[in-house]
Design a protein around this ligand. Sequence first.
Ligand code: GRF
Length: 197
Amino acid sequence: MTHIAIFASGTGTNARKIIEYFESSSEVKVALVVSNRKNALVLDAAAERGIPTILLERKSFYHSETILTELQTYSISLIILAGFLWLIPPYLVRAFTDRIINIHPALLPKFGGKGMYGHHVHEAVLDAGEKESGITIHLVDEIYDNGSTLFQAKCPVEVNDTPETLAKRVLKLEHYYFPRIIDEYIRETLPSRLPKT
Ligand code: GRF
């Protein structure tokens, strides 16, 4: 059984989709949900399903490595960032090289980097007059939105789009593809990325 942890800061609609997707799986279990926001709805969603949750504090996340012990306690072998806004510190990237996956609501390398999240991304896409947008699912390194791309899916940008209408179209792609790409990664790639014990 592969245990995964989901890190999320916001409403957690992606986190919910991932939890639901793997709910009946005998191979993959969402074993932990981590958030940096006390009121994040994602924590309620996890608690409702009996999934353990951890609330991160900035200081301990960046200046201690206690999260590593917690991840070990729950036998986590893959971390999923589903709308998690803090930069992953180097010690965590090192411990989970090629084992942290993020989703970004645009076609990287365009419209990524620090500050490019939520409506900022969709505003930038519209301001640039792009004809299409989409999602990027990628591995995480020490730089925001920089790791290698695992998957992209595109959708059109319509002439009358607002950041909200575009966000909705992009989110639909996220909800459909993110769980499936995670599943594929776990089956095809993760086994060769696990640390040798
Ligand atoms: C998504 O658009 C994701 O791409 C981004 O943050 C948003 C999270 O949405 N990184 P939700 O919290 O899963 O609803």
